[in-house]
Design a protein around this ligand. Structure first.
Ligand SMILES: C[S@@+](CC[C@H](N)C(=O)[O-])C[C@H]1O[C@@H](n2cnc3c(N)ncnc32)[C@H](O)[C@@H]1O
Length: 272
């Protein structure tokens, strides 16, 4: 991977370190469940992603491949991409161990057109992906580049409005701390404990970028994609704030129902 910015190099160090912690966290990353035949996709993804058998699918920011392999189990021909060498090594091992066929590539998203020639029916990306990206317009153009005409992007992500709130481990109420609108310079976040296992005292540096909802939609429109739907949900996949409770369905919701703020959104957009 050539031409990485210092921010990207630093984030790759962060993600290589976090990969080991995440892979050891059975509560958040159910490796044994995947091996036993379960899916790690969210209920939203199961509901919205229909018609996968036989489709070629590119999974961007696939981490160590649990969702990629779950998509393969549903019949898609999958390629997973991530810039963490450690994550891709685990993904390849899991593909062999489960017998689920998948191709994994270690690449920065912005360098992907230099190392991958194929086009796809579906580009899939979800669950904590956008704030690692330094340039959303370029990201959307890369998605359009890899889609066949008529192919679709499926994106499920934490709601961008959540990024304004203080999500430190010791907060007791909802108050704003971070900007909503995008700035070219990333936010430097130091000392956050791993979300998959806060008992692991691994403190790294993260450089992240905030994007407004209009930034996300306009990036896709600007890349020539047509929005098919946009959905917002009152539940999420992570305990993003301490004052959340997990339901029997495994999803996290606000303890206080007056926090009537969306936690997740999903969208589909077509390359016309
Ligand atoms: C929160 S994970 C999301 C993955 C998936 N939803 C999950 O929970 O397993 C974010 C992933 O983005 C990857 N990533 C961050 N910046 C990237 C970049 N510029 N190019 C490729 N991958 C990147 C990280 O290595 C990490 O695996």
């Amino acid at each position: 991977m050539n031409n990485l910015t210092d921010y990207t190099k630093s984030n790759r160090v962060h993600w290589n370190a976090r990969t080991a912690v995440n892979a050891a966290s059975a509560a958040r990353y159910d490796i044994e469940g995947l091996k036993a035949g379960k899916s790690t996709l969210t209920p939203i993804e199961h509901e919205e992603l229909r018609d996968l058998p036989g489709k070629s699918l590119l999974h961007l920011q696939c981490h160590f491949g649990l969702d990629t392999l779950s998509l393969a189990r549903l019949g898609a021909h999958v390629t997973g991409v991530d810039f963490s060498e450690d994550a891709i090594a685990i993904a390849e091992r899991l593909s062999q161990e489960t017998g689920l066929n998948a191709r994994f590539l270690c690449s920065d998203i912005y360098g992907l057109p230099q190392v991958l020639e194929d086009t796809f029916d579906i580009v899939f990306t979800s669950g904590g992906v956008l704030f690692w990206l330094s340039d959303l317009d370029r990201w959307a153009k890369i998605i359009a580049h890899f889609l066949k005409p008529g192919g679709v992007l499926y994106l499920q992500e934490e709601h961008p409005f959540l990024n304004v709130f203080d999500d430190a481990a010791d907060v007791t109420d909802l108050h704003t701390r971070y900007p909503y609108f995008h700035t070219e310079q990333p936010l430097k976040i130091e000392g956050l404990l791993p979300y998959s296992d806060p008992a692991t005292d691994q403190r790294t540096v993260e450089y992240v970028w905030s994007y407004s909802f209009s930034d996300i939609l306009n990036a896709l429109i600007g890349a020539g994609l047509r929005l098919d739907y946009l959905h917002e949900f009152s539940h999420g996949g992570n305990r993003r704030f301490p004052f959340m409770a997990q339901g029997e369905d495994g999803r996290w919701r606000w303890n206080d129902a007056t926090n009537n703020i969306p936690l997740t959104f999903s969208l589909q957009a077509t390359k016309v």
